[in-house]
Design a protein around this ligand. Structure first.
Ligand code: URA
Length: 249
């Protein structure tokens, strides 16, 4: 027999809305258990055994997990590797049991926001090249990043394989050093995710990325309280934002 869970949790995990939205829907009598209307969104059900229905339609339960990690350097964003440590190795055993996988890739030396989930459909849609989900990175770049780079990035730059990137938004946050050796701290928002894209874009304008951190992906922002190498579950609101983002495209 499975574990009992609150009916509002079951419904929010299966995509019917946030807990507070569900509370209202339950009050409106939209939810039945074994054919009988329930009005208490805190009622416990066994998602595997009880016949829960929303608007007369059976709610299919699938245990999903959504994790936000601040990826540290030195681990690869894959599920398995014979030699390297992966982001999955950083998860608690009970989270590993749910078989999450990283949504997209960050390079081994890149840090920051990484979403991990076992919701294949959501992952697929976030990664779909047609969706153009914006991703924002902060980077330290060797060289004097200037207005000319901003103009070029806005127009699209040609990568080493001839690919011309979509328009991107380059902001210069800070510059350090002197004429002998300037480093620039920038933020860059790109609408696609080609292999090593940010590094290759700077290479295309003769500069080198020496530190790269992803700070947002679509509506999801890296939680500033997450230390590198740690993670937490997404909140109901964050899950709802991701779903809304997907529906909006
Ligand atoms: N662009 C890169 O070059 N590396 C990453 O990890 C992500 C974006």
């Amino acid at each position: 027999m499975g574990k009992k869970m609150r009916i509002d949790k079951l419904l929010s995990h299966t995509g019917y809305g946030t807990r507070s939205e569900i509370k209202k829907l339950v009050k409106q009598g939209k939810v039945t258990v074994a054919g009988k209307v329930v009005k208490d969104s805190g009622q416990l059900v066994d998602p595997e055994l009880d016949e829960v229905a929303f608007d007369g339609e059976r709610v299919m339960y699938r245990e999903v997990i959504y994790l936000m990690m601040n990826k540290p350097p030195g681990v690869i964003s894959a599920t398995e590797d014979r030699r390297e440590r992966t982001v999955i190795d950083l998860l608690e055993p009970e989270d590993q049991l749910m078989d999450p996988f990283p949504v997209g890739r960050l390079d081994k030396d890149t840090v920051g926001l990484l979403l991990l989930t076992n919701d294949g459909q959501l992952a697929h849609e976030l990664l779909s090249p047609r969706k153009h989900v914006p991703k924002t990175y902060e980077a330290v770049v060797q060289g004097d990043v200037g207005e000319e780079d901003q103009t070029q990035f806005k127009a699209g730059v040609t990568l080493d394989d001839g690919y011309v990137t979509m328009p991107s938004d380059l902001k210069i946050l800070k510059k350090d050093g002197d004429e002998g050796g300037v480093t620039s701290v920038i933020s860059l928002t790109i609408m696609e995710g080609k292999f090593h894209q940010v590094k290759r874009m700077f290479e295309a304008v003769g500069k080198k990325v020496v530190y790269l951190k992803r700070v947002s992906m679509g509506p999801l922002e890296l939680d500033a309280d997450l230390e590198e190498g740690t993670y937490r579950e997404l909140t109901d609101e964050e899950i709802a934002l991701l779903r809304a983002h997907r529906a909006a495209d």
